[in-house]
Design a protein around this ligand. Sequence first.
Ligand code: SF4
Length: 252
Amino acid sequence: MNRERLKKLASEKRLIPGIYNYCDRWCERCPQTSRCLNFPISEEEFSDPEAQDIRNEAFWNKLSGILGETLELLRKSAKEWGIELEMLGSIDDIENIKAKDVAAENHLLCRAAKRYGEWVEDWFRGRETLFFETAAAAREGVSLEEAIEVIRWHQYFICAKVMRAIQGNIEEGEERCDEFASDSDGSAKIALIAIDRSVAAWAVIQHYFTDCDKEMIHVIAFLDGLRQAVDETFPNARSFIRPGFDEIDPNR
Ligand code: SF4
């Protein structure tokens, strides 16, 4: 997509600015695709089945093309706003960012969310075929297939969003105002939504696989503990209004 097309698209009134910042990136299941700038960009750039193959050279070329366009647009906008991009990347800044990344990675919540992602991987390995066979047999009822999809989709997403929330919290530091929800609350909220959905999906699986009960109770309890910890760390997260998802849009 060229720069002019991108600018034209970005100026369309139907789009909700920043809606893609607090979603779960599951565009196939998103009720807001028509209001999201990210959706037509992805559709246009990656609609070619060959380009969807991440091993395909065309995919990476396309991605680097998007990066080039984006950087060019960024430089142009920065010039218009009088921002010197070179000043933003000093060694001190980079060291600072690295230190914050390490602090976030070592945070208990991030480690717990990461552990959950790995646990799901171990648990599904070797069981997936059995699951999909059972799902196919049980298609007429609660969808086991969908429950698996939900867990797999959010497996690493939870950690990514908890991490972003923790990083945001560190960056906001003392400037943070507890009376108002902040960007880190937005990230925590989408992590909490992903946890809630995953817990519900595990409950569906538990219904079908009673012989794995003990392990599933363990994972549900683990997720529930993570949910409580995120809720306690980010008490404003649940009340964060995600543009397009939690508010009534007057343009609709
Ligand atoms: S808001 Fe919806 S369409 Fe846009 S990136 Fe998120 S999931 Fe995809």
